[in-house]
Design a protein around this ligand. Sequence first.
Ligand code: SAH
Ligand code: SF4
Ligand code: F3S
Length: 441
Amino acid sequence: MKKVFIETYGCQMNVYDTEIVKSVLGRSGYQLTDQEAEADIVLLNTCSVRDNANRKVYSRIHQIRKGRKGKVQIGVLGCMATNFRKQLLENPKLPIDFIAGPDSYKRLPQLLDDLNGNGKEARNFDVTLSEFETYSDVYPAQGGGVNAWIAVMRGCDNFCTFCVVPYTRGRERSRSPENVADEVKRLAQQGYRQVTLLGQNVNSYRYEGRDFADLLEEVSEVPEIARIRFTSPHPKDFPRRLLRVIAENPKVCKQIHLPLQAGNDRVLEMMNRTYTRKEYLDLVDEIRALCPAMVLSTDIIVGFPTETAAEFEDTVRIMEAVEYDSAFIFKYSERPHTIAQRKFPDDVPEEVKTERIVHLNEIQKRHSYQKNLAHIGQVHEILLEEENTKKSADEFQGRNDGNKIVIIPRGSYRKGQFLNVKITDATPHVLRGEVTEVLEK
Ligand code: SAH
Ligand code: SF4
Ligand code: F3S
């Protein structure tokens, strides 16, 4: 039996896909291992959203090959396989054996058989993107835990000009609500208490007339699942009914990741985000009017081509106006094949990008800290997720409804339990507290 080791880079969609790959290979007689050193086949499930993700993978390939003196087959899966197929297949110095894109995982056993059987020198590949593949007949091999991720749609049709995802993952397609609900029920039987529904833009979820709000309601019918999260909605077409379902359905967490990208209208237009700063801010106002406690997070890109200092200040002003609970801030990274790469030279100097990212990270740290301090004295409902925090075996870690980490003394609690916790302390990143009540959920 051949042993396979898989390493995952990039977003949660890739983490989910790795479980699909494990499931496909498992049922074809491969044995999975978590020891790279004993594997016959090493798979890297890659990301190419920014350049540093790419570089990490290249250096990892060389490192694996060096450590193993040729006795291992290396395959590149995921987003680099589709977006960098030429470089991967045609670079004679890159010691890989095959590549497979995100829609080809059901054909992996065949690809590996071909490789093993014929001893060909040439590299094997399958990077065809599909309009239909949703892996609705493959249940991923989730490893057991409290939260399970579920891809409810794949691909993206938005073509934000900076982004590779529409090229690496192809066209948008949704799984049926029944199929998603079946997976959720199976997960519930395995003891999961929370599911996070995944899609590049869940607002575009459509299946025979039903939309994402319908899907959330369907999933919330599964009794054992107590919490539902999702990521990400796009600010441009946020359905108002979805907003009401989030605000009103007790199982849907009061937390929205709302990627801003930039605060200036000219830059937003160049990015093809299809909303203006006013529309974005109006949406935030509407969300807060409906649910003042809604936890908001965002993604921002600094140094998009031609972004001026004054235009960057518009992003600063939106951050100051919204006061996000958390934000992921990135330097613009030019990606091959994207519209921005073809049309707009990457002309903001690296030092300027660095200054801008440092500035926004400082603002965010201040806001995160203020928001967390304001929770001191409140009682939050916590779902326990991790025994032992990174720092101590005497602590237990959970998350509140807004997805913030809450740390409590270890006690004799169990993973998957719900507790009421009085918040007693805060840093910009975590809350601490003491248990006031164990909840029956
Ligand atoms: N579909 C998600 C985004 C997925 S990529 C959404 O629209 O919400 C995650 C984040 O990476 C993006 O929100 C963006 O902020 C960042 N990103 C994508 N392409 C990038 C690039 N070329 N340079 C820098 N950051 C990028
Ligand atoms: Fe990329 Fe835009 Fe699609 Fe998000 S919505 S994956 S940023 S193209
Ligand atoms: Fe995800 Fe990276 Fe692909 S962010 S969709 S793994 S390019």
